[in-house]
Design a protein around this ligand. Structure first.
Ligand SMILES: [Zn+2]
Length: 477
């Protein structure tokens, strides 16, 4: 698919500013006399002009800064710019480098500064309003070089990527381009940035997110820099990595080919680690005891690194069914535009529950572990997720994320319910899991039934539809 040279409309540094209306502090106003107010009105606004690089949008925004004096003596400042709030690009919507610490769009200071008007608190000393307007003089047709004459070739974006005014992740964002956008290249500015011609402007895109191969889909990358099909190993540098005992295996990252959402779903097919049942890991990073029962009893300080899972009544191993479901879910997520981190793709992956969780923490936007419950019942009790018990909410990582984890769990249950899957009660049960205590991204263990459940392909497919629906609900699609 070729998106062409599409620009996200009206979302320049100027339009990122929101319209603000400020009234003076009422207390301060009350202290002022009518005489002072008259003096203020008589004073001429102090206007300072600055010259710099600009675009027409910035110029228009500067011209639209309006100062009003209302009848009651309050100075009302209206700083009006484009306000396409519904179309805002978040600063992290596009990529620059895998570890890019992005400066929020619209925060680049002087370049962004269209009009600054100071009143109220700044006028305390003099009792008079000070008005300072900073505006840029736009480039004209005479002063702007024709950058199109410098174009040397065409490259293609391979991720959602930002077009920057300068070769820096803190520079202003001109636009965010989807994968497959044709870009007019001027030159490779340095090892990191490519100079491009973008809608009449000289601009910059991170080289990591461009390819000169017209078959750009073969080079897609996630927002954190992983290529399609790339192995993802546990890094020693990641928090809690040292608590993992089995981590010689790896997960695999997959990128959506179309309708890219730029969101990475960690899909964890429960169980399936050879030898995992013979190794123990700490239930909690601080060594404190488990607060609920489960496959490891309450009060235990260590748990099975990866249990072998239960068997369905027909003899099928749970780990086979979780893998089948994960594979179906992966395809449906990719089709829906999500990138997918597959924790396990074969019968065995040498990653324990700590490693699986830490990998998701660092490379995915959420972590969904797929299970069926071995509860000994003689009927299918339906789906539920494992909610967060009060006893572990004080861990700093859990405190920061448990509400989001439960919102994700509730969303998955809603999605499953919408697609006709049976739900157990309210669809939740508190459980102290290794997955939960080591998580720092929204993280859910979803139980899609028990040993009595139908696990035919048709049922798994419907459940996967429900999970995708739930993920959509969680992320607002
Ligand atoms: Zn399980």
């Amino acid at each position: 698919m070729n998106y062409g040279n599409r620009r996200v409309p009206e979302k320049t540094e100027a339009s990122e500013k929101t319209e603000t209306i400020e009234t003076k502090d009422k207390i301060e106003k009350a202290e002022k006399t009518e005489t002072i107010e008259k003096t203020k009105r008589a004073e001429k606004p102090k206007i300072t002009k600055k010259t710099g690089k600009t675009g027409l949008a910035a110029f228009a925004a500067a011209m639209s800064a309006v100062l009003l004096f209302c009848g009651c003596g309050q100075d009302i400042i209206i700083e009006n710019t484009h306000s396409d709030k519904g179309k805002e690009i978040s600063a992290d919507a596009g990529s620059d480098t895998p570890e890019a610490g992005e400066t929020p769009a619209g925060s680049e200071g002087e370049e962004e500064l269209i009009a600054e008007i100071r009143t109220g608190k700044n006028s305390k000393d003099t009792g008079a309003a000070e008005i300072e307007t900073t505006a840029r003089v736009p480039e004209t047709e005479e002063t702007r070089p024709d950058y199109s004459l410098m174009v040397t070739g065409t490259e293609y974006t391979i991720s959602n990527v930002n077009v920057r005014r300068q070769p820096s992740t803190s520079a202003g964002i001109l636009a965010m381009l989807p994968p497959g956008t044709e870009v007019s290249v001027i030159t490779e500015a340095d090892d990191t940035w490519t100079e491009v011609y973008y809608e009449g402007e000289l601009a910059y895109i991170s080289r990591d997110y461009l390819t000169d191969d017209p078959d750009w889909q073969a080079h897609l990358r996630t927002k954190n820099g992983y290529a399609n099909g790339q192995a993802v190993y546990l890094s020693d540098a990641w928090r809690y990595a040292e608590f993992s005992k089995i981590n010689s295996g790896h997960a695999v990252m997959y990128t959506a080919a179309a309708d890219r959402k730029n969101i990475i779903i960690g899909v964890n097919a429960g169980h399936g680690t050879e030898g995992g049942a013979n190794v123990k890991t700490l239930c909690h990073p601080d060594g404190s005891p488990k607060v609920t029962g489960g496959s490891t009893a309450a009060g235990s300080t260590s748990a099975t690194a990866v249990s072998s899972g239960m068997n369905f009544n027909d003899g099928t191993a749970e780990r086979k069914v979780t893998l089948a479901e994960a594979r179906i879910l992966k395809e449906k997520l990719l089709a829906a535009g999500y990138d997918v981190l597959m924790i396990r793709e074969e019968d065995d992956v040498q990653l324990d529950n700590v490693a699986r969780t830490v990998i998701c923490n660092n490379t995915a936007d959420c972590h969904i572990a797929i299970h069926w419950d071995g509860d000994g019942l003689n009927y299918d009790k339906g789906c539920y997720f494992m909610s967060v018990p009060d006893g572990i909410k004080h861990f700093d990582n859990v405190a920061a994320i448990w509400q989001e984890s439960e919102r994700l769990g509730d969303s998955l249950i809603s999605g499953l319910s919408e697609t006709g899957c049976k739900i157990m009660g309210e669809g939740r049960m508190d459980m102290d899991l290794t997955q939960t205590t080591y998580s720092s991204v929204p993280s859910v263990d979803i139980e899609l039934g028990n040993q009595c459940s139908d696990h035919s392909e048709a049922v798994l497919s419907r459940q996967a539809d429900g999970l995708v629906r739930g993920i959509d609900l969680y992320f607002g699609f």
